[in-house]
Write a new protein. Sequence first.
Lengths: 203, 141
Amino acid sequence: MRLIWLVGFILIILACEEAPKLPTTLPILGEKDIVGKDTSYHTVPDFIFVDQYGDSITQESFANKAYIVDYFFTSCPTICPKVKDQEIRVYEKFKDNPKVSFLSIAMDTEFDTVERLKWYADKLEIPKSNWHFVTGEEDLIYDIAEDFFHVAQKDPDAPGGFNHDGRLILIDKEKHIRSFCNGMDEGDVDRFMKDIETLLNEK
Amino acid sequence: MKISYLLIASLLISFVCISCEEKPTEREILFDEVMDIHDTCMPEVVTLNQIKRSLRKSKEDIKGDSVTVSKINTTIGAIEKANEGMMVWMRELVIPKDIDPDEKVVPYLKEEKIKIKKVSDAMFEALDDGNALLKDIKDKQ
């Protein structure tokens, strides 16, 4: 009888224990400069791309929005389709949220033309929406890519390593990199989606 | 006694199940091998581009050294060719459909394995050469 009371007591204590609190903010990734009391954080460089509809896409296209970036090749047979499957999950969750956009940057500038990007978006059944599949000048594309990779490699807050293979990157409305995930790892993408929610709920 | 019968029966069922497990077909094995080679070298496209850009920058810094400039040009050429090799391979690859017969798919995948291996070798060679040249340039400075 005493044992039953003891077990019951332990169960009550366990049930009363507070659930672990989710973080309310995300770190700002990348190098930071501290001058006196002011801290300036790394920001994503400006860019100008063209999307699958031939529209110009710049930082202004994402004003007051968070956006998710990835790099891909429309002809990639393995890594990119797996990442796109996961990214579609993220898209499905946030597609109706006006504060979220998607930027998929094609790296084969010769082959991945505007027409090809439109074909690719259609293949994924992505309607004209907040998901831009873009191309642009090769140097600019690789400049931005190197910037992302540099931040992820240097920053201890960046989860996991960075092998340029299928990462999804979260940028906030201030052009700061806030989170990464391995776009081929379903569990990591789940964590990334929570990060997006955290970012959207930041005050 | 009953327990022994049950034990023997369950062991027999286990053996049957294990032996019935489907083994991958030749085309499945080949497809995985082709994609493994591709997946291993694919991320190096970006690394090679980084090296190319560093070499271009070095070339501007060492304009007077014609021997090194020539080496840089050769290495950049090899990097571009290696990366282009991967792009062309991806563009031309036709993923076999399930309905395609083995007689058609197996030789095709064997050929693709040879092709992607060449692409991979060229990429890693360009990577090594590029890194070595960058190190040489850095050591000279």
